[in-house]
Design a binder for this molecule. Structure first.
Ligand code: TIU
Length: 383
């Protein structure tokens, strides 16, 4: 348990969860230890102390190995509980063996010795964890930008790159391409906020955060332009069409008080971009009142002023703001490549169909590719 303590912030960052949530890997581990202790008495009475004691390290080590490769907080916490149950076998059974095998006068001192030995591991654990956390090259899941070797264009130097995409390879021109991240706002993605209050499962959107962070990191490192958008309205709601306000007959709709301020109103905490994908200074943020990012915004002018002709599109939701924006862009002559694992929908079937609509009919609205294909595309030519 204690080896993990120094690296909890790193794990939280990697799994893109809050500092509070990552503490569950400690709290629920302790619950696992507490609950597990009740198991071992009856089990070892039946199967024998020694054989039960020998089986528990396998559970501990096996669960530990799975924990090391967990890609979600739910998996990590679950396997940590299993690990705790394995780990507490030693705590209970060692004492049971001491009690069973000691003469009445010496049980207490042998028990004390056992406690001293067993407290060594939690004592040393944090120091070992700290060392491992600082180990160079520790990241088990490096972003493509770090792994791209000499054979890859890695988008740097303005090389044309060929992205393996559907319906056919996309010729990416990094000097004239921009990553556009659509509406990754707290109102849509945070648990307990507007999107969730509408009955949606926000985890379907949140699964895009890690790949989008990696893509963003690769794109920033390569010097491509990055543009962010936010859906929302003026505080006086003068730009909110009554038809949009009325839609859904919601108890708490746009402009009304929500868990993170007034819903989809500019300047409110919920309207802002999630911290994990927050814009860097200098990256434009387009505030849009509609679903499409071109409607009633200066996005088109901004792209033209920068000589951008290709959009790498990510964000939420696939079938609403992403699709609308891609259609608008298409009619304005931009080439769009939509990053499949970096767009999300509350509805899996719309996610699938939203992507299929883009790439159907020979790419009627554009291309679709996974983020790794975009960020590590091999060069079109090598001179
Ligand atoms: N950004 C965006 O997609 N706005 C929405 O309202 N999406 C829904 O899916 N509701």
């Amino acid at each position: 348990m204690h080896i993990l303590i120094p690296v909890l912030p790193l794990v939280a960052q990697e799994l893109v969860v809050s500092p509070g949530k990552i503490q569950l890997t400690i709290t629920l581990y302790l619950f696992g230890i507490a609950g597990g202790q009740l198991l071992y008495g009856p089990v070892s009475d039946k199967s024998g102390r020694r054989s039960t004691l020998l089986a528990t390290p396998a559970l501990f080590v096996g669960a530990g190995a799975v924990a090391g490769w967990a890609t979600s907080i739910a998996t990590l916490v679950s396997v940590r509980i299993v690990q705790a149950v394995g780990g507490c076998g030693g705590l209970v059974l060692d004492r049971a063996i001491v009690r069973d095998s000691s003469a009445s006068g010496e049980a207490a001192s042998r028990m004390a010795l056992l406690t001293i030995v067993q407290s060594l591991a939690p004592g040393i654990g944090p120091a070992v964890g700290g060392l491992l956390g600082a180990w160079p090259g520790r990241d088990p899941r490096p972003i493509p930008e770090q792994t791209a070797g000499d054979n890859y264009c890695d988008l740097k130097g303005g090389n044309m790159a060929i992205v393996e995409a559907e319906p056919y390879p996309f010729h990416l021109d990094p000097a004239h391409a921009s990553l556009v991240i659509i509406d990754v706002q707290r109102d849509f993605l945070e648990p307990g906020d507007f999107g969730a209050a509408l009955g949606n499962d926000v985890s379907l959107l949140r699964r895009t955060i890690v790949p989008t962070r990696r893509l963003l990191q690769a794109v920033r490192a390569a010097g491509l332009s990055v543009i962010h958008t936010r859906e929302g309205h003026r505080p006086d709601l003068a730009d909110l069409p009554p038809a949009k306000k009325a839609r859904g007959r919601l108890v708490a709709g746009i402009g009304d008080p929500g868990p993170m301020g007034r819903i989809l109103v500019r300047g409110e905490p919920g309207h802002d971009i999630i911290p994990e994908l927050y814009p860097l200074p200098g990256e434009p943020v387009v505030d849009k009142p509609g679903k499409g990012a071109f409607h009633a915004t200066d996005l088109d002018a901004m792209l033209k002023n920068r000589g951008i002709a290709q959009l790498i599109v990510s964000g939420v939701t696939t079938e609403v703001c992403v699709n609308t924006t891609v259609r608008e862009a298409n009619d304005r002559g931009y080439e769009c490549i939509v990053v499949a694992d970096c767009v999300g929908s509350y509805f899996p079937e719309f996610e699938e169909m939203g992507l299929r609509m883009i790439k159907a009919q020979g790419g009627i609205f554009g291309w679709v590719a996974p983020s790794e294909a975009v960020s590590a595309a091999p060069p079109a030519t090598r001179s």
